[in-house]
Ligand binder design. Sequence first.
Ligand code: GDP
Ligand code: ZN
Length: 304
Amino acid sequence: MVAVLSGVVLSCVGGRYRVFTGEQILEATLRGRMKQTGEAQVLVGDRVALAMHGAEEATIERVHERDSVLRRRSPGRARGTRPVAANVDQVVVVGSTRRPDWNPYLIDRFTAVAEANHVAAIVVVNKVDLEDSAEAFGDAYRRAGYAVLATSTKTGVGIAELRERLTSHVSLFAGPTGVGKSSLLNALVPGLTLRTAAVSHRSGAGRHTTVSAEMHSIGHGGFVVDTPGLRDVGLWGLDPAEVGEAFPEVAPHRPDCRFDNCRHRGEPGCAVRGAVERGLVARTRYESYLRLLEEAEAAARPWG
Ligand code: GDP
Ligand code: ZN
């Protein structure tokens, strides 16, 4: 009889899967009959049943039901999505105070993508060692109801709190290039040595160093997923009417708008605009909303 184990998929490269059983990491291949239905059916983060053939050889027999699938737009194609990882329950949206400068629009884009995927988000303001008033960057997000953490991988500030937030979650790190995602993961994952990219002086942008999604155990039931290349996430499949739902502080005002189909652009009696005027919704968040709405509308046009 073959021994059956369960585990979680940490990475898939060229048809070989690394699966964490809680005690060890096994290399596994897909069982023959699973191969026929395509590689994409087993994702990083999937909980799987493994059969052991001897001490070394493992095959993935079955994928357990997923709680969620995080998707991104397929690269190089206008339409279609590609699954990134399964069972992610928290997106850690990282931005930096400087080098590169804090960019509200990019941060908002990532929180909106998390919301659209029905995954919780937290916001990390990294490189607080470079800016005295780093606190201010998080204001709009605290007001929106997000947990905001201030960190520095140089001084170690906030790393313990961040680690605590990751316990018992599968967290995905997302954010613009160069903000310090790899550095944070290196600080969080014992033994991890992701290459970090030096920030170029001219553009302030880091260089891409890693390629495919990979998950790491950080102990206490916590996992982190590193997904390089997620910076070009789009608002695939997001209906223009849903963009407001992707902003948790905008959504509650919607029922008070005069028009049912209000898109909060400047329609008379718009409660969202009113909330912006009264400071209940941060202006930067509202501007991001308008920009993302514009993008979703363009994507929804058949000739777009
Ligand atoms: P990623 O592209 O988001 O993965 O960013 P990296 O982790 O590669 O970091 C980009 C650059 O920022 C590297 O030169 C890091 O050494 C630097 N960096 C990362 N975290 C911090 C920080 O907290 N403070 C400062 N001053 N620099 C940092
Ligand atoms: Zn409105």
